[in-house]
Design a protein around this ligand. Structure first.
Ligand SMILES: [Zn+2]
Length: 933
């Protein structure tokens, strides 16, 4: 019944139309033409390239294997089924090989198919070696490159199922793989002969399996879009949700690691990531501004390829294929960005997915259906039905047109790939800066080593100076890390090690606009214009140096000088029951200054051994002193930590859990129902609530109860549910009951710590009084203001979309400030803004009623710089006047407890390592904060 618009006559027409344009050289597998036509909602949503499945006597087709066509309505393959098919394909076709390139957090394989003609498959190792040589102009001069290119091939990589509720890509690439292996039509024969096609059918298998089970449990058979329940499980993998696609620089997720391993093994010319959102197919490239550290060739290549797809698919009569109008092209922090950042091409599609395998009826917003230069055959303006097969038709036709382009331009693509490496290398050879120096001896040498590790992970070459360095721009000791810029990935090194300057007139960015590692890590680096740096003797590093601390001497007590070390939280937990005291003022021993925040440990049996273990593992240095220093100090007992993860949004808090797990910090995972159950003070001293992309009502009431009960439990039918946490019903949030339990927790002496928009909950629910949501320059009412003034207020609106901006401690003696200068900076995305607290707020509207007096005692850190430094450190900010002077961290007493609310996220995607200490300080010094320090 779902296909009532496509009656029998329509079916016959479809069959007739596509039977006429059947690609030459192929015989359709019997029944495949009819199956595909039946699953396609309108003939214009199909192309002749994918209107049948070619028959093969020897190679098993996905239709024969799955007993259905890919994209059949109401069905989805699990990762295991997809891999079984890939194995069957590789076993039955001499044109296909299968490899395992990684293993997910939950233990599932991540696999790769390689497809080429028999000749290509026989020489895969040689083809890999050729692209590897082309990637490094130091190994391959112009003549050698020309010789290599005559036998090398571009390697084109497709990545499917990164975002789990975008389900069509896996189905599409299984059929694509088969078609590429068996079709004898000339276009595909040329693709096979000139390229190597790599396919990762399920790049995030943990999420795929959860999503497939979710579909069968909650969505199958439901076709009324208005009444569909939540379309995705609460987790896609152990830590990440959408943010699995924001991991290119830091390489933390197993999916990213597998893709990067693939990249440096194969050196693909193109990395193409398949997503779903925009009708009907959007080929990414971005409207600018563009990143100055990406070779201009890359941007023209990806525009050219996208226009080819628009032209080819529009020429086949498929409406709604567009390009350009998506993202900006400045930030390359996404999965395919490994290619952009390493002289290859990173691309992506947004096709139109239903978020379910069922067919749904759509009516698009008018703005999405207009005729534009980048979308000359727009998607339907009238209501239409869209099926999973329609999505497969678009994905696969697009992929074939991209491969057709790559095959036709194979020599040009290889030549550009080589040339970009030459440009990058020669830029470092011929123009300043010639190197970037990273002093090893900064406040936190372990953090310096981590930064070096991140560069090495990106195949950026780093060495360690074997001798003192004397340059016109400064002297550096032996042991300094040196990133010489005469290397093929020089451009990426510059991008990661210098600040970002996003143009103020540059339009709205899509994601973060600052990723500079020294800024994220609060470390100093120096670019040198002195070419003499090239004659410094350096030892190349193959892995991040291991920083080992030590315990010096023996005495009545030990001190640990606070120089901003990130590892103090881990050290505190590693010391367990050992008493630790923290100095509240600076003190001197033998002329040496120890700032406030430094640790003091009185000697006791076994202490030296425990300190030695911690010092060795975490790169900390403890010094014995003759007597316990006479300085104001407080004890820092171990807190019982809970991390509340609302079922409605687990994404950003996934990174909080990741950061804590990496540092071996014990904590309890707290679900909505645990908050509802109350007695929180009996279980926790500190309750941490991270950033969520939810408004206040959603933070409290969560996933609508109307969809419940919605179990997320491991069962025979849903074996992948229940990790990393399980629930008998994920709907309903904490509700009013939970909110009052949170209040009781704080009133009874708990410390509630909130990050980013998680701070909405205490500040706007009434848990904390006297703080008002600040609209940052946007008038409270825009009623009747018209489009122009709405645009003007948008311009004035405060935005720091992933930028580094200045802050100042208004209470530099507060424990949160330990390890920091009074004026510093932090990373900020766009969050709700709050005003400086007042004693009370106006309670009724009248001209004579004013707010109570300002009470800034709760402000620990505020936006802007007291010493007058420019507000933006890296990235860009808009409407900063709406931010400067407002609280960046509030510490507000409530009953016997405290609420510490951050107006930023110090645990942003494991990037802003230099901001983390503010949160670590909050946890380590919880007792002192609660006691009203
Ligand atoms: Zn996506």
């Amino acid at each position: 019944m779902r296909y009532r618009y496509l009656g029998l006559l329509g079916m016959m027409l479809v069959t007739a139309v596509f039977a006429r344009s059947e690609p030459s050289g192929d015989v359709p597998e019997p029944g495949s033409v009819e199956d595909i036509a039946r699953a396609t909602t309108e003939p214009r949503f199909l192309s002749p390239w994918v209107s049948s499945i070619p028959a093969s006597k020897t190679v098993v087709s996905p239709r024969a294997f799955l007993h259905r066509i890919p994209g059949a309505p109401g069905e989805l393959v699990t990762s295991a089924q997809a891999y079984e098919y890939c194995q069957a394909l590789a076993r039955s076709s001499p044109r296909v090989r299968m490899f395992t390139i990684g293993r997910s957090e939950e233990g599932r394989d991540i696999v790769l198919l390689a497809i080429a003609d028999e000749e290509g498959i026989a020489h895969l190792e040689a083809l890999k070696a050729a692209t590897a040589r082309l990637s490094d102009p130091r190994l391959t001069d112009e003549n050698a490159a020309q010789a290599l290119m005559s036998s090398a091939r571009p390697i084109y990589y497709f990545n499917a199922a990164l975002h789990s509720d975008e389900t069509g890509s896996t189905e599409s690439v299984l059929e694509l793989a088969y078609r590429l292996a068996v079709s004898e039509q000339p276009m595909i024969d040329r693709i096979r002969k000139r390229l190597v096609v790599l396919i990762n059918p399920v790049s995030n298998p943990d999420g795929r399996d959860k999503q497939v089970e979710w579909f069968y449990r909650y969505l199958k058979g439901k076709t009324d879009r208005a009444t569909l329940p939540r379309q995705s499980p609460p987790y896609w993998s152990k830590y990440a949700f959408v943010d699995i696609n924001r991991d290119a620089h830091q390489q933390t997720h197993e999916t990213t690691k597998a893709i990067h391993r693939m990249f440096f093994d194969w050196h693909p010319t193109v990395v193409h990531d398949l997503h779903e959102s925009v009708a009907l197919l959007m080929s990414w490239n971005g409207t600018g501004p563009y990143n100055p550290n990406i070779d201009p060739i890359t941007y023209s290549e990806f525009l050219e390829m996208s226009f080819h797809e628009v032209q080819a698919m529009t020429g086949l009569g498929m409406p709604g294929v567009s390009t350009w109008s998506f993202g900006e092209g400045f930030s390359h922090l996404f999965t395919e960005s490994v290619a952009m950042n390493h002289n290859a091409i990173g691309r992506g599609y947004e096709t139109f997915g239903n978020g379910t395998a069922e067919t749904l009826r759509w009516e698009l917003p008018v703005a999405d259906t207009t005729r534009e230069w980048y979308r000359l055959l727009p998607p339907p303006s009238e209501p239409f039905l869209w099926s999973a097969r329609d999505n497969v038709n678009y994905n696969e036709t697009g992929a074939l047109s991209a491969l057709d382009f790559a095959a036709a331009h194979s020599q040009e693509l290889l030549s550009n790939f080589y040339r970009k490496g030459v440009h990058s290398y020669r830029a470092g050879l011929e123009q300043a800066p010639y190197a970037i120096l990273i002093p090893a001896d900064q406040g936190d040498p372990a953090r310096v080593a981590t930064l070096v590790g991140r560069l090495l992970g990106q195949h950026i070459e780093v060495g360690r100076a074997l001798e003192p360095i004397h340059l016109t721009d400064g002297d550096f000791p032996a042991g300094t890390y040196v990133v010489r810029l005469d290397q093929p990935y020089r451009n990426y090194a510059v991008d990661l090690l210098t600040v970002q300057q996003y143009p103020k007139e540059g339009g709205e960015p899509y994601d973060d606009i600052s990723w500079s590692l020294p800024i994220h890590y609060h470390l100093g680096v120096m670019s040198t214009a002195d070419v003499a740096v090239r004659s410094v003797k350096i030892a190349p590093l193959s892995e991040a140096p291991k920083i080992q601390g030590l315990v010096q001497g023996a005495g009545k007590a030990y001190v640990l000088r606070d120089s901003g070390q990130e590892s103090l939280l881990e050290a505190r937990f590693a010391l367990g029951a050992t008493p630790v005291e923290i100095a509240e003022q600076s003190f001197r021993i033998d002329g040496r200054e120890y700032p406030r925040g430094s640790w003091i440990l009185s000697d006791q049996p076994g202490l030296t051994a425990r300190l030695t273990a911690v010092a060795m593992a975490l790169g900390l240095s403890f010094e014995a002193v003759r007597s316990v220093p006479a300085v104001a100090r407080h004890s820092a007992p171990l807190p019982r930590v809970g991390v509340w993860v609302p079922w409605a949004d687990t994404d950003s808090i996934g990174w909080v859990r990741y950061s804590l797990d990496q540092r071996h910090i014990p904590y309890t995972y707290v679900r909505d129902e645990d908050i509802r159950a109350g007695h929180l003070k009996d279980r926790f001293d500190v309750l941490l609530y991270g950033h969520v992309d939810l408004e206040l009502a959603e933070q409290i009431h969560g996933i609508p109860k109307a969809w419940g009960p919605m179990p997320f439990m491991k069962t025979a039918a849903t074996p992948s549910f229940g990790t990393p946490a399980a629930s008998a019903d994920i709907t309903g949030g904490i509700g009013g009951t939970g909110l009052s339990h949170l209040g009781e927790f704080v009133e009874a002496g708990g410390l509630f710590v909130t990050l980013g928009n998680g701070s909405m909950l205490p500040l706007e629910s009434g848990l904390v009084r006297g703080v008002r949501r600040d609209l940052g320059g946007v008038p409270r009412s825009t009623t009747g203001s018209g489009a122009d003034s709405a645009a003007a207020s948008q311009q004035a609106a405060t935005r720091t979309p992933g930028a580094h901006v200045r802050v100042s401690f208004t209470r530099p003696e507060h424990p949160i400030a330990y390890g920091y200068a009074a004026d510093t900076y932090v990373f900020r995305q766009n969050y709700a803004l709050y005003s400086t607290p007042r004693r009370w707020l106006t309670m009724a509207y009248c001209t004579g009623c004013l707010d109570g007096p300002v009470d800034p005692r709760g402000v620990v850190l505020e936006w802007g710089d007291h010493s007058g430094a420019p507000f933006v450190v890296s990235g860009q900010a808009w409407g900063e006047a709406g931010l400067v002077g407002r609280p960046a961290i509030l510490d507000m007493p409530v009953g016997r407890g405290h609420v510490v609310s951050f107006n930023f996220n110090p645990l942003h995607r494991d990037m802003n390592r230099g901001d983390q200490r503010m949160l670590w300080n909050t946890i380590i010094n919880w007792r002192t904060i609660v006691e009203g320090h």
